[in-house]
Each structure stands twice: as structure tokens, then as C-alpha cells.
Design a protein around this ligand. Structure first.
Ligand code: FES
Length: 107
């Protein structure tokens, strides 16, 4: 991880994330999930708001991630919870690509 300035942090190479896939990264003491939805990138907290599971181990369908543990679903574009048993939204983060590197803006 390295600082890109103004809170932007490099988390992975763009070519490490294939289309339609999700990866988990550890950055700034947080676990963050990065999603590729048809080439568009999104980032949210990686830990489900219901119990303890990594969403990066779940299933990405379009812009929806399904938790591998109890199947709660979230919209990865906003972090909004779509289906129970989770009731709390995920935090989402701005994400961009600079010189082939994925950067996430932490606050
Ligand atoms: S831990 Fe994700 S739905 Fe329960």
C-alpha cells in the first residue's frame, strides 16, 4: 500500500482484478472489497454487517454481492443492503485507477 495523496491509497494492480470478480485487500487497518462490474470498479467494506464473513468470498452478480455465510445481499455501488439477514448498509469508498493501479480513497 502507498499513499497517492489526499487520502487515495494504492491497493492492487488493475490487472489483478478480472471482469465480474471481487477481491479483498487490507488497507489502513481495514478490509476492503474491490468489485469489477463490467469493467466499472466499486469498493466497500469487506466484512459483512450481519456477522463475520468476507464478502470477497461471496458471489458477485452484476452489481450485487451475496454474503457467503447467510446470503445477505448488498448493492456494491452504494453499499446499501438489499436482502436480510443484514440490516445495516456497508460503507462504500471512492475508487479510481491511476497508471494501472487501483486506488481507494479512505477518510
Ligand atoms: S455474515 Fe453476512 S449474512 Fe450473515
Amino acid at each position: 500500500m502507498s499513499e497517492g495523496g489526499e487520502g487515495w491509497v494504492r491497493v492492487a494492480r488493475r490487472d489483478e482484478l478480472a471482469q465480474g470478480e471481487v477481491i479483498g485487500v487490507e488497507v489502513g487497518g481495514r478490509s476492503i472489497a474491490i468489485y469489477d462490474c463490467d469493467g466499472q470498479l466499486y469498493a466497500t467494506d469487506n466484512i459483512c454487517t450481519h456477522a463475520y464473513a468476507c464478502l470477497s468470498d461471496g458471489w458477485l452478480d452484476g452489481t450485487v454481492i451475496e454474503c457467503p455465510l447467510h446470503a445477505a445481499r448488498f448493492d456494491v455501488r452504494t453499499g446499501a443492503v438489499l436482502d436480510p439477514p443484514a440490516t445495516e448498509d456497508l460503507k462504500s469508498y471512492p475508487v479510481r485507477v491511476v497508471e494501472g493501479e487501483i486506488e481507494v480513497k479512505l477518510d
